[in-house]
Design a protein around this ligand. Structure first.
Ligand code: FES
Ligand code: FES
Length: 172
């Protein structure tokens, strides 16, 4: 057993006694009722379960939750789809997803949203050349599966957010 303390969307949870084989996906969904994080394949192949991990050095990255133990997040800070909107207003990327009709059933959307957001934050820290944008987005979203095949629209939505703020995301 582990006494799990984790910060989620800026709020501290725990300590909560959890079995060491409890997945982070089950912790979020079954213990906290945060069902925005989905469970798809269960074997780290679709990334519908991905959340953002905020690292102490200020970087962020995504992690699947289906095969990762909740206990391994002890002391860490993560963000889920529930944390993107602020004061009832959707994030810029969420709005772009809607503008592009990027999702149909929405099952994959939380994973794509978290990946796209982590990419935007990475580009802020490490801007890329405009010529490398398409490849950069494609590589970032690679691995996320969408059964409704919204790949191009997700890509276009992320691209629109970047292009709308070129000074922030492009190397000069
Ligand atoms: S449910 Fe985690 S990768 Fe598919
Ligand atoms: S919108 Fe249905 S799986 Fe992607």
């Amino acid at each position: 057993m582990t006494a799990l303390t984790v910060t989620i969307n800026g709020r501290a949870y725990g300590p909560t006694e959890v079995r060491d084989d409890l997945s982070m996906n089950d912790f979020l969904r079954e213990y906290l009722g945060m069902t925005g994080t989905k469970f798809g394949c269960g074997v780290a192949q679709c990334l519908s379960c991905a959340v953002i991990v905020d690292n102490p050095d200020g970087t962020s990255n995504t992690s699947p939750t289906c095969i990762v133990a909740a206990a391994s997040f002890n002391g860490k800070s993560i963000r889920t789809v529930e944390g993107h909107a602020k004061n009832g207003e959707l994030s810029t990327l969420q709005k772009a997803f809607i503008t592009h009709f990027a999702f149909q059933c929405g099952y994959c959307t939380a994973g794509f949203l978290n990946e796209g957001q982590a990419l935007l934050e990475r580009l802020e820290r490490q801007p890329v050349a405009r010529a490398d944008l398409e490849k950069t987005i494609a590589e970032a979203l690679d691995g996320h599966l969408c059964r409704c095949t919204g790949y191009i629209k997700y890509h276009q939505a992320v691209r629109d957010v970047v292009l709308a703020d070129a000074g922030r995301y492009f190397a000069s």
